[in-house]
Design a protein around this ligand. Sequence first.
Ligand SMILES: Nc1ncnc2c1ncn2[C@@H]1O[C@H](COP(=O)(O)OP(=O)(O)OP(=O)(O)O)[C@@H](O)[C@H]1O
Ligand SMILES: [Mg+2]
Length: 603
Amino acid sequence: MRNHETKKAKLPFFGLGKILPYLKPFWKRFIFILVMGLLASADDVIMPLFQKHVLNKFIGERDFTSFGIFIALYLLAVLMSGVLNGLSTLRATQTEAEINNTLRGKLFAHLQTMSFSYFNQNSVGSVHARLMSDTSRIGSLASWNLLDAVMHLTYIVGATVIMLILNARLAVLVLSVIPLLVLFFALFQKIMLRADRALRAQNAKITGDFNEGITGAKTIKTLTVEEKIIGRFKSGTSSMLRKSVRSARIHGIFSAVMTFASSTALAIVIWKGGYIAQSEIGTFSAFMSYAIGISEPVRWLVEAISSLIQTQVNIERVTGLLEMKPEVSDSPEVIEKYGDTLNPKRENWEALRGDIEIRNVSFRYPDGQETVLDNFSLDIPLGTHVAIVGETGAGKSTLINLICRFYDPTEGEILMDGKNLKERSLLWLHSSIGYVLQTPHLFSGTVRENLLMGKPDATDEEIENALRTVSAWGIIEHLEDGLDTDVGENGSLLSTGEKQLIAFARAIIADPAILILDEATASVDTVTEQKIQGALEAVTKGRTTLVVAHRLSTVVNSDVILVVREGKIVERGTHKELLKMNGYYKQLYMRQFEDEETEKVLG
Ligand SMILES: Nc1ncnc2c1ncn2[C@@H]1O[C@H](COP(=O)(O)OP(=O)(O)OP(=O)(O)O)[C@@H](O)[C@H]1O
Ligand SMILES: [Mg+2]
């Protein structure tokens, strides 16, 4: 790691130093592109010399002695030009695709190691942009811009040398246009960039409005704000139109300036070099070719440099993410012993029994102001069935996030089987815990594929048992293709309750030592919930279970119920003990009980 740091410090050149370590595997490709670009461009540079020879020798002096060799060389040059251009284009395309592929693979793998807080703080859109467009900018910089830079630089140098040899005075005159060109192009590049950036920003805004209009369609209709939304969209698009026209205008002026610049160089040749035409028409014509030909490479070279400067941002974003350390991570000693996410050393993993001890834990979210848990202590012996209840925002999910080590406590420690969580690997912990969330996530694919995520080698029998346990077997059986029904993106083709049941079954199949249910059955009807309740007892026997629930009727059988209020346990005990206490829990329970009774009566 230290090595990287020193390399970075030595090569801050437009961020190239930062990205080079990641591009190292491609060095052979880069050399190939460099050599091909150089040769292809050298070939272009000598082309006007053939023209010179034809005009001076064959037409001017009527000397045909070298005709045979000339034809052979000319054919060779034409052939070489085709082959070299073809090969370099092919290699650049390949290199671009491979760099994109490699960087995306690395970024995606790295993203999987990032902690919850990263995903809380960064929108899906910005992560997506890093993964797709930032990498693609780097890919094209390291292939096309590299090829362009080599080819055009070679052309400029080659043409300059040949012109100097042919006629130094005239060459200096033609070349004096170049600094002016560079200045012009650099200026225009800046203006064009600004216009293009404004256009892109507007485009992103419109895309955002567009998405909202589609995903929020139902809400828009029920709030009857269609007119307002359409108005906002229209003002966005007309601003986009103005910006597009402006950008097109600037690009148009730029093309005109380009043509003007090469015409100026040509005019100089005709004005000052016209006299050569009398004696050496061929030399004159070659000069004309170089004068016209040199403005294009200058333009592309300026563009390649400008690309390099712009891509700095993309390089920073990609390498910044790649170098970012997850907030919660395994220490080097832990990795040494237990391996990491991508190379786990499962042979060293101890089986988790399921004793949990929370010692004086205080916690504040990394981006939060308030202390959510304050000096919280709790002992959950192996096999206990714990229920956590309390009002919205009390800190129930936070407690579970800490037990799962999605965050580290700000103070205090959490032990499992008597060992601090930080001394064991995250992957070990996560593979020993079954966690069913309030908002279940299903992967696109079939019901079976989703269930197998819990245990890849589960048999059909195990799958069926798990589904029966959560009373979902009947539901799945009635789906059109049964277990092979497609669930859609994030399970969108199923109801929320169905998704919860599948997520629940997925956790059970994995047979975890600790089972955590955070409002896992909140979207399931009361009848199904009661059925699950019965089956749960069998599943949770001998297994430490933590259940967060709002519906208190579902937790009455727990070994211990913790009543959490503002990050503190205010009451604890069994259902009966808590009712006897005649405190906060009783209030909560009676209120819900009355509601449920009323519901039953109204039926
Ligand atoms: N990612 C976060 N960053 C900052 N603060 C957060 C974050 N998640 C939750 N909080 C805050 O922490 C407090 C506790 O939230 P938590 O999710 O633990 O509540 P909860 O008891 O699970 O509530 P609910 O019953 O609604 O699920 C809340 O005040 C909330 O605003
Ligand atoms: Mg919660």
